[in-house]
Design a protein around this ligand. Structure first.
Ligand code: DOR
Length: 431
């Protein structure tokens, strides 16, 4: 918590309650006042210009890989949370596919300890199964006791349907969310890109979207049976979107779904140059899938946008397509890609990236707003008119594997405040 007084002036406040022209005064880590023309020039108050900008609750990412412990050459909580702050995020859920994986209270405690000095709130997710091996349930109750609210074996789906059923039953009694990486191993086996026209043309082994569809259908049935909170991660295919839409229309209310900026923006044609930077699981799909994902966002089938920020060292990426590690960084480009490519009003994008994911992850503590006096000051200030070109060398992430290198995007985070501390001022990280 920062003791500093900060005045964010001249912007338009947008949160779940609507939009209004207002300044925001922050003192002692919380929002002190929201209203037009608040006092300026008081000594000791830092004035942050928000002219032409939207002042919103900080963004929340329910799907971030920070690689600690064990993958520090690719990312750390320090570098990853700095990247998050630059992207406007004030909270991220850290994926547990670390080395060792976060499948015990001990590793969760380690991440929580490291999170104390991060540039944003870092909430560890826990594994569903011991070692992410898909054989034995991890001690979810112990981890939930430390505040873990989301469990996943991400990077890998839970293959055994009866184990997944037990995970959901257990989660339901604990009041936590089970988040599934939806790919059936047998159907995805050996593929390193989407199975389709482009995999045929390029002569690369395909990964069928059926792998996603069958697991989504299976897990929807299990969610229906158990009544547990199921979250479907990084959906990529039209068939999966259709399955979730049908389930929700039939009254299944305990299921949520996410899509990533890369799946909403890029197709498998991006792999035409054989550059492994475009390799990701689930893979980039065909144009019709991208359109279906966008439709899913527009009609509420997909609840949130999540980055799946997946940093990898050059050694892990600069190999053949089949050998390369899957994944892309995304924290610093997510909001701009969404604003540039989705043709949605900014308030809708903020709902998808701030207050809805905050609720999904059960965050509280003022994350996701609304911006009212007394609430912890987690804010991002976004200039929607600002054009910029993505330069991998300038990313704060330790890794450079962005699929948007050289892309011109519109919309950029100008300032970010975390617990009242200006962690980003004028597009620059402050620590
Ligand atoms: O491409 C991916 N990379 N997909 C995942 O689900 C995991 C992630 C990683 O950890 O690198």
């Amino acid at each position: 918590m920062s003791e500093r007084r900060v005045l964010v002036h001249g912007g338009t406040v947008v949160d779940a309650t609507g939009a209004r022209r207002a300044d925001v005064l922050v003192a002692g880590g919380v929002i002190a006042e929201v209203g037009p023309h608040l006092e300026r020039g008081r000594r000791g108050t830092l004035a942050l210009d928000a002219e032409g900008c939207v002042v919103a609750p900080g963004l929340v990412d329910v799907h971030t890989h920070l690689r600690e412990p064990g993958g520090e050459e690719a990312e750390t909580l320090e570098s990853g949370s700095r990247a998050a702050a630059l992207g406007g995020f004030t909270a991220v859920v850290a994926m547990p596919n670390t080395e060792p994986p976060a499948d015990s209270a001990e590793v969760v405690r380690y991440v929580l300890e490291r999170a104390r000095t991060a540039c944003c709130s870092v909430q560890p997710a826990g594994c569903i199964t011991v070692g992410r091996q898909g054989k034995v349930l991890a001690p979810m109750a112990e981890m939930a006791g430390l505040g873990v609210r989301l469990f996943t074996d991400d990077g890998h789906g839970v293959q055994d349907p009866s184990l997944m059923r037990r995970a959901l039953e257990y989660a339901s009694s604990l009041g936590v969310v089970v988040a599934q990486h939806c790919e059936d191993d047998a159907l995805a086996a050996g593929g390193c890109m989407n199975e389709g026209e482009w995999s045929s043309r390029l002569g690369l082994p395909g990964r069928s979207s059926l792998a996603e569809e069958v697991m989504v259908e299976r897990d929807l049935a299990l969610a229906r049976l158990t009544g547990a909170r199921l979250h479907l991660m990084h959906l990529s295919s039209a068939a999966a979107v259709a399955a979730v839409r049908r389930a929700k229309a039939a009254g299944l209310a305990n299921v949520s779904a996410e899509a990533t900026p890369h799946h909403l923006s890029l197709t498998d044609e991006a792999l035409a140059g054989y550059d492994p930077v475009f390799k990701v699981n689930p893979p980039l799909r065909a144009r019709a899938d991208v359109e279906a994902l966008r439709q899913g966002l527009a009609d509420g089938t997909i609840d949130v946008i999540a980055t799946d920020h997946a940093p990898h060292s050059p050694e892990a990426k600069q190999v053949t397509m089949c050998e390369a590690a899957p994944g892309m960084v995304g924290l610093e480009t997510a909001l701009a890609v969404a604003l540039t490519d989705l043709a949605l009003p900014i308030a809708d994008v903020l709902a998808l990236m701030s207050w809805r994911p905050a609720r999904l992850a059960g965050l509280g503590d003022g994350q996701g707003g609304p911006l009212v006096p007394g609430a912890p000051a987690h804010l991002c200030v976004v200039d929607p008119a600002r054009g910029w070109v993505v330069d991998p060398a300038k990313l704060a992430s330790k890794s450079r594997n962005t699929p948007f290198a050289g892309r011109r995007l519109q919309g950029r985070v100008r300032h970010t405040l975390y617990a009242g501390e200006p962690v980003v001022i004028g597009e620059e990280a402050q620590r």
